[in-house]
Design a protein around this ligand. Structure first.
Ligand code: GLY
Length: 340
């Protein structure tokens, strides 16, 4: 396809995304081209609760990076969420290992990988960003750093996640396919999909009252992964990217496929070329399909993006991906469009 045609296609898809926003804004009396800021956008339906914590900060004219850190701490502390933080599913050896990263409006970023025993890896990532000359700390080094900075060592394996792991051990079948929601999802019976199989990483993007962006991403990663496996979530550019000139993006789903295409950075660069958020996310999803058409039918990957105009959008491989938005005009969980 010629560049011009691609661009036109992107513009058409982009207007579809704006129309969605326009519809939501209709009852509020706000004009569709007014930048609705501050705004926070996060992956999945549980992002709605996380957005409340972020909104408290944004609504008081706080910084986007503070808002996203506060927001994702909510599912990190929730033992019922088995894909993030405390209560996350362990790896195949029974260890809960967490990945997280954070990025502000100045390209400052921090990340922790395979961190154990700390409920809030996102706050450790923030300290890596602010207190060290580095960007990534991994494993024991990340734990040492967290403990030296006052974080408490805790057991993150809840009885529910331990039970699920012991059940898995009976067959110990290593099948890294997560969130294959199309086999569970029936749009007539399940108007807004939920349930544990549908949940994965939280990625959160925010624009504050000054128009500055920030993002955070945190996960316990793929359930029963190999010990030491790291997914896309703590990798700057893969699971999260923030460019304060253009926009921000984050991802959820099978991290290996996101890393291969440096997915979140790709989405931001597509927005730089003129793609609207939804169209940029769709193009990134299509890159995954192009690389591996057969595999892409069996896995889930979803991207969410926010641009500097306050426009947001998402796209996923499979049905069932959702994202949550909070602004002055909108408080809503949206179902993402998907390829399959
Ligand atoms: N997206 C989460 C992971 O692959 O670990």
């Amino acid at each position: 396809m010629s560049t011009r045609r691609k661009f036109l296609q992107a513009s058409v898809l982009g207007s579809a995304a704006i129309l969605t926003d326009e519809k939501v804004l209709a009852g509020t009396g706000k004009r569709k081209n007014t930048i609705d800021q501050p705004v926070v956008v996060s992956t999945w339906d549980f992002g709605k609760t996380a957005n409340i914590a972020a909104w408290e900060i944004l609504n008081k004219k706080g910084r986007a990076v503070d808002a996203v850190e506060a927001g994702v701490r909510v599912p990190e502390a929730d033992p019922d969420n088995q894909t993030i933080g405390y209560g996350g599913m362990p790896d195949r050896d029974g260890y809960v290992t967490l990945d997280a990263c954070i990025m502000d409006e100045f390209y400052n970023c921090g990340s922790v990988m395979a961190l154990q025993h700390i409920v809030h890896p996102i706050s450790v990532a923030r300290l890596v960003m602010e207190k060290t000359p580095h960007i990534v700390l991994a494993g024991d080094g990340a734990l040492q750093f967290a403990l030296a900075n006052g974080f408490k060592k805790e057991n993150l394996l809840t009885p529910e996640s331990e039970k699920a792991w012991k059940e898995w051990l009976k067959e110990a079948k290593y099948e890294p396919e997560i969130n294959i929601e199309n086999r569970l999802y029936d749009k007539d019976k399940d108007p807004m999909p939920g349930g544990p199989d549908n949940h994965d990483t939280i990625g959160m993007l925010a624009m504050d009252a000054k128009g500055n962006l920030g993002g955070a991403c945190t996960t316990s990663g793929m359930a029963f992964k190999m010990h030491g496996r790291v997914g896309d979530s703590p990798i700057i550019g893969a699971g999260l990217y923030v460019d304060n000139e253009i926009g921000a993006a984050t991802s959820s789903g099978v991290g290996e496929e996101v890393i291969r295409i440096v997915g979140s950075h790709l989405v931001v660069e597509l927005m730089r070329q003129g793609y609207k958020p939804e169209a940029a996310c769709k193009e990134a999803v299509q890159r995954i399909i192009k690389r591996s058409p057969e595999k892409s039918k069996k896995i889930q990957v979803g991207f969410v993006a926010l641009n500097k105009k306050g426009e947001y959008g998402a796209y996923a491989l499979q049905k069932g991906f959702s994202y949550s938005v909070r602004s002055n005009a909108v408080e809503k969980v949206f179902r993402s469009k998907s390829i399959y």
